[in-house]
Design a protein around this ligand. Sequence first.
Ligand SMILES: [Zn+2]
Ligand SMILES: [Zn+2]
Length: 339
Amino acid sequence: MSPDQAAAYLAEIAYLLRHKGDAYRARAFTKVASLLLRDRPDLDAMARAGELQRLEGVGAGIARTLAELIETDRSDYLDRLREEQAPELAAVEPVLEISPLVDMGYRGDLHSHTDWSDGRATVLEMARAAQARGYEYLAITDHSPRITVVNGLGPERLAAQRRLIDQANREMDRLTILQGVEVDINEDGSLDEPDEALASLDLVIASPHVKLRMEPAAMTERMLRAVENPHVDVIGHPTGRRPGSREGASYDFEAVFRAAAERGVVLEMDCDPARMDLSPELARLAASLGCRLGLDSDAHAPDQLIYVDLGLWTARRAGISSDRIVNWLALSELREVFG
Ligand SMILES: [Zn+2]
Ligand SMILES: [Zn+2]
């Protein structure tokens, strides 16, 4: 079994554990999945030699699960969790294969943060990490100003960041850095940046961050207004949920997704293990209504770009094919989509 395949199973187990409130065990599985992706051990050989527990963070329990996966390509534990936590997806036929992202045709990440807002690394550090992963592009999408704790960027700082990104692009050879923003969707559905600032960017992600528990009819209006804003290219983590700890927004998903499909607005599958938003269930609904999806890390540090690998299984479980996912587009196609 390849490390990617094993990591996908472990990431799914982590997600289902988190979903039922076992965040501690979820973190243990996520850690091991990340390690498999980073170190790429020869799992078959390790299993044959009974050495799985030599992997960092692998105790008796995870070793048992891994051994069963390697031997049989399934796990009783995972099957039980699926039955309990995600029965809706039981009958879905996966379309996507699981292999290294770039080998599959994944070309770049459209949601990341830097030290201009609440990220931990510079633009160049994030770009170099994306280039090392073989990406063709990386979008820097720092926050808008409203939530003050994240040190968001208003129009002036966005313009300054643009100059820096232009300079950084001259220093990169293969990778193109796109400048975006992750703009807050205000309670009334307006956005937390003036139109002129949004118009100057390569892409605009509009995300709900606060007041998520609005009454569903009002929340539907709020999301519809955001989708209908001509500057918006992507709706980021469309419910704002955190599985196991914060229920996300509830609204008329069908109405909002239909509007997104009509306007060509992409719905994000935010792969941060603490979010996984859209859920596989909602991503499936969105795809069935004709939406394009984005598979992004929402990384706040270079090593978090790996979140996309950890979230890839969600697209697979949702039965989504790569032609629905914008991260498979070449840069020129992407620019057309985001106009
Ligand atoms: Zn966000
Ligand atoms: Zn973000």
